[in-house]
Design a binder for this molecule. Structure first.
Ligand code: NDP
Ligand code: OXD
Length: 320
């Protein structure tokens, strides 16, 4: 008998409801037991795989024969934070559906800042016909923090549109059409040529709080937008929220687009909701198609059982 798949899922939107995941995995893994924990009775000794989204700390240590854990999203910070996580491969999501949705989000927000959409929306409300000078895409320097699966795709599409794009990563990359920077030593040079900073980093001990006052002060101040702009779709823990508010208020930053927050859902009394320089979204920059994710997990399990290597395995030492 094939090892069982346990689902440990904290639900989000309707599409991410735990029961919906059980239906999907039962469909794509027809020859194995799929158990939604804690609703379905399952002998922990039969569980070989776990598919998880924000599992409770300690919940995975009850399965003595666990061979692999599949996180149902790209970011694994919530899972690796669990000190009791069993020492088995942890696989994250990297599927085209997710990547394309994130690229749509990044491109949309870069274009909104570049084409001054906030100004034109306000002009329309006031019935004012007052076009402003519009510079070319090549005149705007976009910097992407994180050149992984998501950052690289967004950077390449922005470069194809014509923006002057650079990227920053842990290890040095060579990507045609992009200026590539890496590590602490090149962060200053990267920031100094950035008008719009897009953050697609994972949340790790090294990156926590990286979007802070010191970093904002190091961004270019001679760009077309008048003041630099930040777009963060990585994780809320990457940003120091008080620093963002202060930097918006003293014009160190011209505007921010935020998809992620230190506390989610964003509390109703958060000043971000009504700040005139803030555009926000409810952590859905890349609201991935769950059907694509369940097929991806089922395919990985099948390949693993054929003796092939799992892909997109997290390096637990570095946290992503
Ligand atoms: P990857 O692991 O593919 O890429 C991470 C990138 O960040 C790599 O280029 C890596 O560098 C770089 N990086 C990590 N640590 C550092 C550091 N200390 N200094 C410099 N660069 C660093 O991840 P993805 O692109 O798939 O996803 C990125 C993040 O996006 C996820 O972790 C998640 O938090 C977030 N996300 C948000 C979603 C949303 O809806 N808002 C949806 C999905 C993901 P190197 O290449 O050298 O290793
Ligand atoms: C993810 C996310 O990591 O939705 O996939 O944030």
């Amino acid at each position: 008998m094939k090892g069982a798949l346990a689902l440990l899922i904290t639900g989000g939107t309707e599409n991410w409801a735990p029961g919906r995941w059980r239906e999907r995995f039962t469909r794509v893994c027809p020859d194995r037991t799929v158990a939604l924990v804690p609703d379905d009775a399952i002998d922990p000794a039969h569980v070989t795989y776990a598919a998880v989204w924000k599992p409770k700390p300690g919940a995975l240590r009850h399965y003595p024969k666990l061979a692999a854990i599949f996180n149902l999203g790209a970011g694994v910070d919530a899972v690796v934070a669990d000190a009791t996580l069993p020492d088995v491969p942890l696989v994250r999501v990297a599927v085209d559906d997710l990547t394309q949705r994130m690229t749509e989000y990044v491109v949309m927000h870069v274009l909104m800042h570049h084409r001054r959409q906030g100004y034109y929306a306000e002009s329309q409300k006031q019935r004012v016909w007052a076009p402003k000078l519009q510079w070319a895409a090549r005149d705007l320097r976009v910097g992407i923090m994180g050149l992984g699966v998501l950052g690289r795709d967004a950077a390449e599409v922005l470069a194809r549109i014509g923006f002057d794009v650079a990227g920053w990563s842990q290890t040095k990359k060579s990507i045609p059409g992009l200026a590539c920077f890496a590590g602490e030593s090149e962060l200053g040079a990267f920031l100094a040529r950035t008008d719009v900073l897009v953050c697609l980093l994972p949340l790790t001990p090294q990156t926590r709080g990286i979007l802070n006052r010191k970093l904002f002060d190091a961004l270019a101040r001679d760009g077309r937008l008048g003041a630099p702009v930040i777009i963060n779709a990585g994780r809320g823990g990457l940003q120091v929220e008080d620093d963002i508010l202060r930097a918006l208020d003293d014009d160190t930053l011209g505007a921010v687009t935020l998809d992620v927050f230190a506390t989610e859902p964003l509390p109703v009394d958060s000043p971000f909701w009504s700040h005139p320089k803030v555009t926000l979204s409810p952590h859905n920059a890349a609201d991935t198609d769950p059907d694509a994710i369940s097929v991806y997990v089922a395919d990985q399990i099948a390949a693993f059982e054929r003796g092939e290597k799992l892909v997109n395995v997290v390096d637990r030492k570095i946290g992503y």
